[in-house]
Design a protein around this ligand. Structure first.
Ligand code: C2G
Length: 132
């Protein structure tokens, strides 16, 4: 069984996230999503989410491509996650291109960056709603 992992906030879930999760699952048989906690989002990404962690987790767990949701609490946990969850492939959108290449050297996972869905983002949705 090929195990895939990806990380993110997944706030205000939209089809860009679904496109990513679908393609991540296509890389293997079992997809783990490490979901940024509210604290991690605020302290490390200076993002306040619209939906709190438990709600974002509930949404992700309802997606057919997702097999397990775990918390993302730090940038550093990725290396140990690869071992703990016996990961074969790490997937991220290409807005992170190159940022996680260190995982190839520090673990034996395959690192794949997938093209983002260009026209949609949580930030854009919020702006559009504000502008009416
Ligand atoms: N994504 C995408 N297309 C979009 C929006 C997002 O492919 N239109 C992808 C991102 O590239 C990322 C995933 O969906 O791989 C989740 O996006 P975010 O929730 O914005 O995640 P981010 O804040 O980038 O956090 O340790 C990694 C971080 O937790 C990633």
């Amino acid at each position: 069984m090929k195990r895939v992992i990806t990380y993110g906030t997944f706030d205000m879930l939209h089809y860009g996230h679904i496109n990513l999760l679908r393609r991540a699952k296509e890389q293997g048989d079992y997809l783990i999503v490490a979901l940024s906690t509210d604290e991690f989002n605020w302290q490390e990404k200076h993002k306040r989410t619209y939906f709190e962690f438990e709600k974002r987790k509930q949404l992700l767990e309802a997606i057919r491509y997702v097999d397990l949701v775990i918390p993302e609490e730090s940038w550093e946990q990725k290396v140990s996650d690869m071992t703990v969850y016996q990961v074969d492939t790490f997937v991220m959108g290409d807005d992170w291109q190159g940022e996680f290449d260190y995982l190839v050297n520090q673990t034996d996972v395959e690192v794949i960056y997938l093209p983002r869905t260009p026209e949609v983002s949580t930030t854009q949705i919020k702006q559009d709603l504000q502008n009416g």
